[in-house]
Design a protein around this ligand. Sequence first.
Ligand SMILES: C[S@@+](CC[C@H](N)C(=O)[O-])C[C@H]1O[C@@H](n2cnc3c(N)ncnc32)[C@H](O)[C@@H]1O
Length: 282
Amino acid sequence: MPARTPRSSTPARRTDRRTDRRPSTANHHGIHLLRSGTAVRGLVESAALGPDSLVLDLGAGPGTLTAPLARTGARVLAIERDPGFLARLERRFGDHPNVRVVAGDLTRVPLPGRPFQVVASIPYDLSTLLLRRLLTDANGGGSSLAAADLVIEWGFAQRVSRAAPRDLETAWWGAAYELRVVRRVRAAAFTPAPSVDSAHLRVRPRPGLTGRRVRRLLYAMLAEAFRCPDQPARTVVAEVAGRSAAGRILGESGLDRGVRAGAVPADRWAGVARSALGLSRR
Ligand SMILES: C[S@@+](CC[C@H](N)C(=O)[O-])C[C@H]1O[C@@H](n2cnc3c(N)ncnc32)[C@H](O)[C@@H]1O
């Protein structure tokens, strides 16, 4: 895929602000297009799409992912805001029966109301914002995301997929969703190559966490745990679920009595919340 200089000033694949690292590429728009067939195939296969699926290609560029997504038979929304890329997408997919090219800004384009998947190589600088848009919050607000396979900056992927997250927001994401790095996507897999590697991040909602009560309880525990990560997890559970139940809940969840709240893996908190409500942990 030849490098192409878009006409707009789109800040596409720039490093997420939290990392302070910036691609050193000469491409002043910072747009890095996927050119690795392995990475593209890995994303599309992981998504396991079929004719009933609705999939969003967020930041579709020239259609590198849009084309293999369309071949699965899924309905594809290719969302892009760069006029040059949009014209190219229209030329390629304007007559395609299951592709709709959407001119829109990823920060505010309306997301579908029905369950949808995302397969996309998203702009680095929108990574946090897009996860916030896609992943549901403790009150069930957010989108109808069923699954996502994303190419994001390696460091950001490591941060959000840590077993023991360091902040409340990533702990919530890790508790409510399985966030797994499937593979490293080397800088050379893009043209032009950015200065940092990327990752294929697989995002799937964890089963058994759809109810409002369990989500609220889970969030309350995480909030208490991250208010003071050095306190024992037992204190957190006692605070939220009651002192008398704390021992039983910890035992059922297989957590050591003395473990620090900040050291408990995010997915274990999901099990704790389910135990606290008398739900089975699987
Ligand atoms: C990393 S490139 C990926 C392009 C293509 N999907 C690929 O894999 O080669 C990110 C794309 O997002 C687009 N983009 C950046 N910011 C955007 C925004 N706010 N709204 C819509 N598209 C945006 C860029 O124009 C660019 O095409």
